[in-house]
Ligand binder design. Sequence first.
Ligand SMILES: [Zn+2]
Length: 685
Amino acid sequence: MSARVTRRQFVSAAASVAVLSNMPQPLSSFFPNQTTGVALTANPPWNEQGILNLANSPYAKLKNIPVHAVRIDTGFWASRRTANVENSIPSMGKLLEANGRMDNFRRLTGKSNAPQRGPVYSDSDVYKWLEAVGFTLQSGDRPELRAIAESMIKDVVAAQEPGGYLNTYFAGKLASERMEPRTQQWGHELYDIGHLLQGATAYYRATGERTLLDAGIRFVNDFLLPAYGPGPDKKPIFSGHPEIELALVELYRMTGDKRQLRLAEYVLNGDDRIALEKRDYVYHFCGKPFTSRTHLEGHAVRAMYACCGAADYYLETGDDSYWKTLNTLWSDLVSRQMYITGGVGARSDGEAFGEHYELPNAQAYGESCAAIGNMMWNWRMLAATGDARYADVIERALYNGINSGMSLSGTLYCYRNPLAFDPENGDKIRNEWYDTTCCPPNLERTFASLPGYFYSTSRDGLYVHLFHNSELNWHLRNGTSLKVVQKTNYPWQGVVEIEVSPSSPAEFTIYLRIPGWSGRCSVTVNGKPVPGGESGRYLPLRRRWTSGDVIHLDLEMSPQILEANARVVEDNGRVAVQRGPLVYCLEQLDQPAGVALAEVALLTDSAKPEQGFSDSFEKGLLDGVVVLHHEGAAVHASDARRALYFPSSAAAGKTTKVPLTFIPYYAWANRAPTPMVVWTPLLKS
Ligand SMILES: [Zn+2]
């Protein structure tokens, strides 16, 4: 072990496993002779590491807590997570198998004669699924799921070559194309390995089992580092689809091996030995210095993962030029490029960002993976700053543009998440399988990791980011044990009761997030009002906390009517409805019979149209949702106005009043195919 490793108090994972005997132990050690022997940090040990292990990241103001520290037993996310773990993950495991994704690995070891199946990046779908299992196991053991995952890991690791290379596509006849510049651009080899590392890390943090992680380390240490990177003796490197960057930084956080961090930096900076055209820099969002970027462009998932990698690099190095660029890009995101759902990527063509304010509704791409990338990036920005505006984006994306990606049943998925839809156009929006099946396991890993997003620790206390029925059992950074119980019917109601119980009375700060969407809010501690709550900020509550102290938060949850910047042409004259963190939409089948959604407007004769809403919780509808009712109008165009173009003096036609029923956007397309719209015309009577 090097002096550097010793300084960072690294010890072998085996030792840390022995100490933590109360956690689930590895079922088996598959390839004991193939472990890399690379020491992994025990500070903190594997089962105390969060979604990101920021414990020793010098520029992380906030540190993650482990997923298992938060239990979610009832409420909104409990049912979504049950669908995830009982329906989605098992069915996707079977589909990956049925579609040959595992045979791709077995073929390489002679265990299967099946030909290669699936697109060039198919290995990553297996790794992302393993990550979903890893995060699931972090919330508690599930032997059946674990057995399947370990069998898959065996087959994956067996396919790795002695030199560390691992990829099922660039094998056989295609082996000669490995890591060629053109392959690096389109072949997703490093993207696959990035996902392998993320999956392996989640699995390791659940079980202490490092077989898959060692395979990733071998790829990086034995194959990549010796041959690729700066210097005349090494070959050029290009990520093609960013992902390896963030994975290398997270690996560095576990190994302390600075070479991995430096390689991430090198990839983020781009390798000018690989000749690229401008359109390549734009589309791939890599290949030129990250710090030269001035706006979001190109493939949205690539851009989001690149921003994650750059933010991870910043959290380790504090490099100002990265921070500056990250903030420039973030401003671009929230002021010109993000859907109200937190989705990103306006164009199907190239799955890409559009021009500024180009945010079409029916044509919106809004790939589930891109919304997830948005959440992941903001999680890193939040860690760097403790600034609630990043938590607002996380919540917006999570509840809307991500949540819409998985059906209520957990077995159907949206690849794209449009904000208007008409089934007559022939598009089937939710499907159980896509040949490019990036989104389903991405959604699964996100829902499985969710408890890890609820809280962070800071130097002086605890940040509360998300509200939900839950129980936290963790400790402050100074070691004070802490239990925090949230009782709430969020997101349906805005009242949150938070019981704070340190093991012994202690002075520290609870940073209570007041969401940016909230208008009025009130906060009390043990019944005593606390002033100063401001929307879009964390309210610091510093006091000597004693077991059983209660914070009572009451957020105004009345529906809001929102308009878009006038430059968003498609939303001109239209409004969106939001209640709490949830964006709402209209589905035609909830409206009176005979009313076409295309003719519907929200009708108001008041200066405060919000006051026209009534709400009701419909237990039997869409697994239980609060629906909103508001008066609307059905505008029956005159014959003249049914033409494509007509004189503006043409008779207006007839307008009749209709009651409108809005449902949460995430729950759309869970019944019979029907038109849907988020941005509804506003008609003033
Ligand atoms: Zn996707």
